[in-house]
Design a protein around this ligand. Sequence first.
Ligand code: UD1
Length: 426
Amino acid sequence: MDKFVIHGGKPLYGKIKVSGAKNASLPLMAAAILAPGIHRIRNVPHLRDVHTMAHLLRIIGARVDLAGNLMTLDTSDCSFCEAPYELVKTMRASVYVLGPLLARFGRARVSLPGGCAWGPRPVDLHLKGMERLGAKIELQGGYIVAEARELHGARIVFPISSVGATGNVLMAAVLARGTTVIENAAREPEIVYLGEYLNAMGARIQGLGTDVLQIEGVDYLHPVEFVNIPDRIEAGTFLCAVALAGGDVTLENLRSDHLGAVLDALELAGFTLEVQPESVRIQAEGRARPVDLRTAPYPGFPTDMQAQWIALMARANGSSAITDTIYTDRFTHVAELMRLGADIRLEGNTAVVRGVKELKGAPVMSTDLRASASLILAGLAAEGRTDLTRVYHIDRGYERVEEKLRSLGADIVREDEPMQFDAKDE
Ligand code: UD1
């Protein structure tokens, strides 16, 4: 397994392009199962999670090819309706194949994902949604076994907003007989984009971007060509990197309208931003002002940016409180940031961060994807050398992260280090 060696203290200058969104690519790839034939998706990033989903689709019978950033999926010959434990345990988004398999074949056998570093993370809402659509669900030997002779429309009211449950039920409902209404649906750009992809395939979904989705079931869908949206979390991570390390960087190929809460927070923290529809320039000098935050479903501040924000606040010129309302245990980065000299106290699901003048390099270990990102950011700002182990976590969600950072002037190299693979978070 690889590690990163970072020599911090160098400001970042230049331009980089944001890659395609991981969390949009994964449901989209699963959705291709719904329409037998050849799909083409552009702007798909080379990430471990994308390769895991490709592997799963191949097991199901699809042909999947990623050339450059163009993904071609041929779902004509899919027939094996199973997501095995060995894959689901490494990537919980594998559960996204449940809805499409059920809708196309009337059956699916998908391993339960189990817990992860952030806590239990149940999939009960996915299952209740499928049951409302007429599926019979049983749990057998750690697997979700789902069957439905025919799915039918239903009114589904989610008690909490769930990206995964909304996406999964949406993919099942598009081929159900009759009308489905999903209330308290997720409004994340990745769900809007999934809905747009399904509509391009011939689905009839209304209300995308609101918390009520209305879906008129259709008899069949057809394959299409589509362009993936940019990764708003990668963009937010790089903005925080510059905010922490200092410098002047323009991020291109992004959607600034997807970044509202992060841009607002950076401005409150005192950074100068030039925001265009598809680019953001950030100029950063000196320490951030402390900014308290609570994560919330979109358009609130994303939980996937919580760890990076804590890293930024670790060197702010004052104290801040960062609360995660979505994943209340998602704080494994805190202890590692403290190894770099951060002063952070956890009070339930709130991190109370007292900004310090200087972080100091140290050996640290990443525990999940965004935790790794926060440690890279802190390492870039820290005096001296930081060795970050278990970087396979970062390879799940950031395309060529060290190359992009090096092109901005960061001193970060990848080195080989033997290590076991035990990842599972997003
Ligand atoms: C997705 C993202 C992840 C992000 C999260 C929240 C992907 C692949 N992953 O994860 O990066 O951090 O959204 O923005 O897109 N819940 C239940 N029962 C369920 C489903 C969810 O109780 O059946 C709870 C979760 O424990 C959590 C909340 O609902 O507290 C939101 O989770 P959800 O939006 O479903 O997250 P994911 O789709 O798993």
